[in-house]
Design a binder for this molecule. Sequence first.
Ligand SMILES: CC(C)(COP(=O)(O)OP(=O)(O)OC[C@H]1O[C@@H](n2cnc3c(N)ncnc32)[C@H](O)[C@@H]1OP(=O)(O)O)[C@@H](O)C(=O)NCCC(=O)NCCS
Length: 161
Amino acid sequence: MGDYCTLMNQSTIEGIVRFGTGVRVMSHVYIPSRTWVGDHVFIGPGVTFTNDRFPGRIEPMPTPRGATIEDDVMIGGGVTVMPDITIGEGSFIAGGAVVTKDIPPRSFVIGVPGRISPLPAALDRPNIRELTIQTRSFWDPRSPYQGESVWPDWWPDKFSD
Ligand SMILES: CC(C)(COP(=O)(O)OP(=O)(O)OC[C@H]1O[C@@H](n2cnc3c(N)ncnc32)[C@H](O)[C@@H]1OP(=O)(O)O)[C@@H](O)C(=O)NCCC(=O)NCCS
């Protein structure tokens, strides 16, 4: 595991897993053995990686093959990544997508099964280093998430007491 990695609540790493530098994993993420993760990768909440395409039905049982997640990939909440998939550098996976095939670098993936298109211009950039290289929690008043620890000003006043 590289420097500046974060693993939030109830997330699981099993067996042989490689993380680069600045890998930020939100809560309730499952990362099975033989998953390879590059640098500055953001993994949203509830993401499931897998490592066995036909579990319990093939003899002799094959060696598990997890996903390869290249540098600067952003994976949205609730995404499922099938075994032995490579997600290319800089790609952005929309929330809830199911990634069923290799994803070329700088792709945008959305839906079930994940449809692949080039990144929209606004998302075609590396992940923000203030997000990936960060020693403070989201709720630390000194974190770069402006206002994260402050009551949301768009909530009705009656709930602020
Ligand atoms: C994919 C995403 C970037 C699109 O954002 P956007 O450009 O603002 O898109 P919009 O909300 O304007 O939606 C555009 C269309 O895409 C659809 N859409 C948006 N997000 C979608 C998703 N995740 N899966 C499937 N369809 C989606 C909308 O329903 C809408 O469809 P319509 O044109 O038929 O009405 C965003 O929705 C997303 O998934 N971001 C990741 C969020 C996340 O998981 N964060 C994790 C850390 S908290």
